[in-house]
Design a protein around this ligand. Structure first.
Ligand SMILES: [Zn+2]
Length: 408
């Protein structure tokens, strides 16, 4: 589990953190350049004249792998003493991070080639090994830096040991992320009695088989006006001037605020859903490709993908609820009442109207009911035939907005 705390600002500490980031970034970029140069140098052809093409790096030079670079780093410290200002393990972690970016590029399809990092793209560093008794009330002991004061917004979890510190720079200041670990084995949740199917809706954020339609939180769109105004202002300023930087910072803070609000809402929603049920069934969708298509705008500022794939399973795990992804195919084309396939619906068609059993129900709710039935079948539970409370036109459907949930 990761807990996040804000670090109380003192000028000297922040200067030290800034320095840490600068040094880590320079190591990252240097190591990246080294790898890139090696790769480039292998591109010359065997049969080329040496005037045109030449090995820049000796043909038998080994690839600058993590191991080689870590060794070189130790050597480099003798020549460049400023590298010693940073905790040794923190610097090694930087090389590991680069190594991972490279191996991910070769392993994972669609992953971009690693890039050089500007100040904006390098905002965190890690202490992978901690000192003993490094936590105290409202303060934390960092290796090679010492005690720092934090705003302890919530108590540390009991029965867990801190494993790792990460310092992250955000628009509103520096934050400390503590990774806690427990050696207790958590058994996987087993399916319980009550089930809930959840479908990512088109005009709603989600629809549930308990007949709830929850509206998409349009944080970004409602604040777009203010946002556009700020960005218009930015155009009139000279780039990199003092006022330009100030405004940049203001925009970044605005962004942070919105993403915090969104995250908070998503967690509340996950708790709201978990409290109703024992089992949760969702569609097995690749939300990344989904958000590229038709539903781009809605899904981008609502964060449906991270909700379904990260937040919801995490809350289920915490609350010991059963979470399962079920087959998504034709979930919107089947009738939840008589199970017959009713064919494809147009996007604008809001209701599911079955020509066989004459039921009328919201289309998103209908597909969430299908998901629930498929989930129950998958865990070997009987599927009852009287699952739909009332079949009227939208009757019995609860429509929620953000504020209903937040005040609830
Ligand atoms: Zn039907």
């Amino acid at each position: 589990m990761t807990y996040r705390y804000k670090i109380k600002p003192t000028k000297q500490l922040f200067r030290q953190f800034d320095q840490y980031l600068d040094i880590c970034r320079s190591v990252y970029n240097f190591a990246h350049a080294e790898r890139k140069a090696w790769l480039e140098s292998r591109k010359s052809r065997m049969d080329c004249c040496s005037i045109l093409c030449e090995y820049i790096i000796a043909a038998d030079a080994p690839f600058p792998s993590y191991k080689n670079q870590a060794k070189a780093l130790t050597e480099a410290k003798k020549k460049f003493p400023h590298l010693k200002l940073v905790n040794a393990q923190t610097l090694q972690q930087v090389l590991k991070r680069l190594d991972k970016a490279w191996s991910d590029f070769f392993k994972i399809p669609d992953r971009g080639f690693p890039r050089f990092r500007s100040k904006n793209r390098f905002r965190s560093f890690v202490f992978p090994q901690l000192l003993k008794n490094c936590l105290d009330q409202r303060k934390v002991k960092l290796p090679s830096i010492g005690w720092i004061t934090i705003r302890q917004s919530r108590p540390y979890p009991i029965g867990f040991t801190p494993k790792q510190f990460q310092i992250v720079k955000k628009a509103s200041g520096y934050y400390l992320m503590i990774v806690f670990q427990s050696h207790e084995v958590v058994p996987d949740a087993i399916p319980g009695e009550k089930s809930l199917g959840i479908d990512a809706g088109i005009s709603n954020f989600i629809a549930t088989s308990n007949q709830e339609l929850i509206k998409s939180p349009r944080f970004l769109r409602s604040k777009l006006k203010k946002f556009k105004k700020l960005q218009r202002k930015l155009k009139n300023k000279t780039k990199h001037s003092n006022n330009w930087l100030k405004l940049q910072n203001k925009i970044a803070r605005f962004h942070e605020k919105i993403s915090n609000a969104r995250r908070d809402w998503l967690f509340k929603l996950a708790h709201h859903l978990c409290n109703q049920t024992d089992n949760i069934f969702v569609e097995d969708i690749n939300y990344k490709s989904w958000s590229k298509g038709l539903f781009r705008k809605q899904s981008l500022d609502s964060g449906i993908g991270s909700f379904m794939n990260e937040i919801l399973p995490f809350i289920c795990w915490k609350k010991n609820k059963f979470y399962l992804k079920v087959d998504k195919d034709y979930s919107s084309q089947q009738c939840p009442n008589c199970r017959l396939f009713t064919g494809q619906k147009l996007l604008k068609q809001r209701l599911h109207i079955c020509p066989y059993c004459n039921i009328e129900i919201d289309r998103d709710i209908a597909s969430s009911l299908i998901l629930k039935q498929r989930g129950k079948t998958a865990v070997g539970q009987p599927v009852g035939y009287q699952e739909i409370a009332c079949g009227g036109r939208g009757a019995g459907v609860l429509q929620f907005t953000l504020f209903d949930l937040v005040t609830a």
